[in-house]
Design a binder for this molecule. Sequence first.
Ligand SMILES: NC(=O)c1ccc[n+]([C@@H]2O[C@H](COP(=O)([O-])OP(=O)(O)OC[C@H]3O[C@@H](n4cnc5c(N)ncnc54)[C@H](OP(=O)(O)O)[C@@H]3O)[C@@H](O)[C@H]2O)c1
Length: 299
Amino acid sequence: MDQQLIVLVGATGNLGGRIARELRRRGAVVRAIVRPGTFAVRTKHLLQEGVEIVEADLNSKADVVRACVGASCVVSTLLGLAPTLVDAQSALLNAAIEAGVPRFIPSDYAMDFTKIAPGLNRNFDLHREFRSRLEAAPIRSTAVLNGAFMNLLTGEAPLVLFKIKRVLYWGQTPEQTIDFTTMDNTAAYTAEVALDPAAPSILRIAGEQISAAGLARVVSEVTGEQFRLLRGGGLGRLQVLTKVVKALTPGSNAPFPVWQGMQYLYCMFEGSGLLTPLDNARYPNLQWTGVRTVLQHAS
Ligand SMILES: NC(=O)c1ccc[n+]([C@@H]2O[C@H](COP(=O)([O-])OP(=O)(O)OC[C@H]3O[C@@H](n4cnc5c(N)ncnc54)[C@H](OP(=O)(O)O)[C@@H]3O)[C@@H](O)[C@H]2O)c1
C-alpha cells in the first residue's frame, strides 16, 4: 500500500507536534500547514522528524487547497475561540473538500460535548457549532474524544491540591467518574485514526476513568501521605461562582480563562459528557498510561 499523506494543522502546538511524531513513526507522509511567517525555531523539530512544512493562511483558499491535494486525511488541532475553531477550521474544511480529501479529524479532543447541554460550557458550544457544519459537509470525519488531558492533574486542573493534600470535588458525590487521557496517548490514537479509512464518526478513549475518591486513594498511595477529599460545594454553587468570576474578569480572548476552567469542572462533575462506550481497543498495540504513572512523576 502507498504511504498515506496526512495534512496536519496545528503542528506547532502541543498536541499537534505529538500527532506529527506519531504519524511519522507509523510511516505516514506528513504535511504541516503553518501560519505564514512562523519562526524557523518553531518548525525545526518537525523538519527533523521529516515533516514537510507549508506556510499558508487558512483563509487563503487556493493555497490551502493546493496543500491538501493528495491527502487521505486532514487533521486539525487548532486551538482558539470562534474565529479559529469555527471560522478558520471551516475554511480548512472547505479547502479539504475542494481538494478531494476523503476524511477530516476536527480539533475536538474533549469530553463528550455531543451529550452536554448547550450553554454549560462556552468552548463545547463552539465545538458543537463546528460539528454541525462538519456533519452537513460532503466528507467523512472522526472526532477523537479523550476527556481531560491527564497531564492537567499535575498542572492546571484544580483537582489534586498537592500543597494542602486534598482532592477537590463538586456535587453530591466524590464517586462521579471522570475521563483522563495523556496527550501522548491521545496523539498516538489520533495518528491511528488518521490512517484508518474505516474509522467511524466518533471514537471515545480514556487512559483511565477515575473519580475524585479514586484519585485521593491513588495520590495517597504514590506519595505515602494521606490526601483527604475536599467538597467545594454543590454544582449549583459552582455555577453561581462561575458567573461571578466571569462578571469580574475583564474580557479576554484566551481559550481557557478561569471561568472557562470552572465550566469544565462543572461538566466533569455533572457527568453527562462521560465517555461511553470506550473505543480504546480499536488499535490493540497502544499502551495506555494511567493516573498512577502521571501522579508518581509529580510526587
Ligand atoms: N481535553 C483537554 O483537557 C484539553 C486541554 C487542552 C487542549 N485541548 C484540545 O487540544 C487541541 C489542541 O490544543 P493544544 O494544547 O495543542 O493547543 P496549542 O498548543 O495552543 O496549539 C494550537 C495550534 O493551533 C494553531 N493555530 C491556532 N490558531 C490558528 C490559526 N488561526 N491559523 C493557523 N494555525 C492556528 C497554533 O499555531 P501557532 O503556533 O502559530 O499559534 C498551534 O499550532 C484543541 O482542540 C484543544 O481544545 C484539550
